[in-house]
Design a protein around this ligand. Structure first.
Ligand code: SAH
Length: 224
């Protein structure tokens, strides 16, 4: 085997160990219980979704910069939001805020199809290339404002938003299937992670549960 081959094997082994520690110390100890979620958090190589200078920080307990002023979310928040969606396998999921594509990969492992929307073209194209190189074929990408959802692909069984709007965009409620679940950070500075479950066809047929305080980048409606 070449020196390079051995070096990359060492790196992957080291990353797998860090990933296992992350699952134990950051996820299980804080109450993540869904075995399917824990299994994909063990599997998906988060270090491939961060810039090269952050590879060794990829499994740290916090968000990291990914370029364009955006961040990849803390592992615990990714696991918590995913667990709240209750994915079983057959779902069609909408993700708003592709970013690095890490959360996208987690969703693609757990659901049938993922539709992901990103405002920053550079981030979208990087995530698209990376996810294709990793072999994912059940992800559809769109460049645009995710607060409008993806009407042509609606309804969705689950929707996840990884940037915070001041209020829940009505289009997302409309595009949620009856029985579907929406997980979204809401607010400007003090944000609240909300789980919204749609029990009937009217926008008022929703229950809103406040989960925990969070800090996400803002959901923007246009380029600054
Ligand atoms: N889930 C991502 C987190 C990305 S941070 C990850 O795991 O890496 C939030 C992302 O939302 C940023 O990439 C930002 O550009 C994007 N974003 C902000 N406003 C948006 C909007 N209106 N529509 C779509 N994407 C948006």
């Amino acid at each position: 085997m070449s020196t390079n081959g051995r070096a990359s094997e060492d790196l992957e082994a080291r990353m797998a160990r860090l990933r296992e520690e992350m699952v134990q110390q950051q996820l299980i100890q804080r109450g993540i219980r869904d075995e399917r979620v824990l299994a994909v958090m063990r599997k998906v190589p988060r270090h491939r979704f961060v810039p090269p200078e952050y590879v060794y920080a990829a499994y740290d307990d916090g968000p990291l910069p990914i370029g364009a002023g955006q961040t990849i979310s803390q592992p615990y928040i990714v696991a918590l939001m995913t667990e709240l969606l209750h994915l079983q396998g057959p779902e069609k999921v909408l993700e708003v805020g592709t970013g690095s594509g890490y959360q996208t990969a987690i969703l693609a492992e757990l659901a049938r199809e993922v539709y992901t929307v990103e405002l920053e073209l550079e981030l979208l194209e990087r995530a698209r290339r990376l996810l294709a190189s990793m072999g994912y074929t059940n992800i559809y990408f769109r460049h645009g404002d995710g607060s409008e959802g993806w009407p042509e692909a609606a309804p969705f069984d689950a929707i996840i938003v990884t940037a915070a709007p001041p209020e829940v965009p009505p289009a997302l409620i409309e595009q949620l299937r009856v029985g579907g679940r929406l997980v979204i950070p809401v607010g400007t500075w003090d944000q609240d992670l909300q789980l919204i479950v749609k029990h009937g066809p009217e926008p008022t047929d929703c229950t809103v549960q406040s989960i925990t305080p969070v800090r996400f980048v803002p959901l923007r409606t246009r380029r600054p």
